[in-house]
Design a protein around this ligand. Structure first.
Ligand code: APR
Length: 320
């Protein structure tokens, strides 16, 4: 059977890392597309040349022509600009919305059957716009945010508790921004919920609150340190986890920015919720129960995402 084809739209920091991870994990052949001439070609060749030492096979191609993504099974979109210190993800809206239009049209023309994972920020608005511009079914267009935010939360918790990251599970829902909702009640160390761990005296509520805030600020912390761009290793790893779930029909339960209609009382919008990813794309949105306080945080986050979507409609009336 032919190897799956993975198209990476955007061959910058995240795009290059995605290609390298896809190669090492032998997920399929990789096509890197970018408007910058030479960048995708150079990165694709460099990665292919790491194959003999690492021991993977596959075809790695860089291109500036959308025709080369033809028939892709998965498209991962990072095209656009990242933020600089002092910028919020929302400040990228105007520039990246235009990019989503050309990317959506390119995918619709050449890879209409792909599972599309958007990473470009501001995430919840960009994945919505990408679905609108591409016209692909909503269950095949998804945003990567919750896996990354949850991974950051899990990392900080594992350091606090001194346990393996593998034994920490965590859920971060809502929009991928300052209003994201880390859910302590649904986050555990080997099944023990965080509130119980506070009661057991393993940590304090103050420490937990500080970790939750650090999770919300996780992207900005990296931007502040790097100064010239935003995070790329963990975002790429998170998207690869989602792509693998689709390609291998793993039925993973992962928090993603999915189109939600009905669940969580929403009437049709993209926001971070628990989902099941398998061969059908987003096969299910898992409608978990939120308590009053969690619901209030989620509602606030939903309102923030709605505001960004309205701003997109203001910039591009074809989206209205
Ligand atoms: N079509 C294709 N590629 C484009 C386009 C376009 N219209 N516009 C820009 N690009 C390419 C750039 O040439 C660059 O190579 O997108 C790439 C973006 O790479 P980086 O600047 O290195 O950004 P990166 O760190 O990869 O982040 C990309 O993901 O997490 C988000 O906020 C982040 O929106 C940003 C995106």
């Amino acid at each position: 059977m032919a190897r799956p084809k993975i198209a990476l739209i955007g061959a910058g920091q995240i795009g290059g890392t995605l290609a390298h991870l896809a190669a090492i994990k032998e997920l399929g052949d990789v096509v890197m597309f970018d408007i910058a001439e030479g960048t995708p070609q150079g990165k694709a060749l460099d990665i292919a040349e790491s194959g003999p030492s690492e021991g993977f096979d596959g075809v790695f191609k860089g291109t500036n022509d959308y025709a080369d993504i033809a028939g892709a099974d998965v498209c991962i979109v990072t095209a656009g600009v990242p933020r600089k210190p002092g910028m919020s993800r929302d400040d990228l809206l105007g520039i990246n919305l235009k990019v989503m239009k050309s990317v959506g049209e390119g995918i619709a023309a050449h890879a209409p059957n792909a599972f599309v994972i958007c990473i470009t920020n501001p995430l919840d608005a960009m994945v919505w716009a990408l679905q609108q511009f591409s016209g692909l079914p909503a269950e095949k267009v998804v945003g990567m945010a919750g896996v990354l935010d949850s991974a950051r939360f899990r990392h900080f918790l594992s350091v606090e508790f001194g346990v393996s990251m593998r034994d920490v599970t965590a859920f971060v829902l809502g929009g991928h921004g300052d209003t994201m909702v880390p859910l302590a009640r649904y986050s555990t160390v080997a099944g023990i919920p965080l509130p119980d761990l506070v009661e057991m005296g393993w940590t304090t509520q103050e420490k937990l609150d500080a970790i939750i805030q650090r999770t919300r600020d996780g992207g900005a912390e990296i931007v502040g340190l790097l100064k010239t761009g935003s995070a790329f290793y963990a975002p790429a790893t998170s998207a690869i986890e989602m792509a693998e779930a689709y390609l291998k029909d793993q039925k993973r339960l992962l928090p993603c920015a999915a189109f939600v209609k009905g669940a969580f009382g929403l009437d049709g919008m993209y926001v971070g919720v628990p989902t099941i990813i398998g061969a059908g794309g987003i096969e299910k949105v898992v409608d978990i129960k939120l308590n009053k306080e969690e619901q209030a945080m989620f509602d606030k986050s939903v309102d923030a995402v709605k505001g960004l979507v309205e701003a997109c409609k203001g910039i591009d009336p074809t989206l209205a």
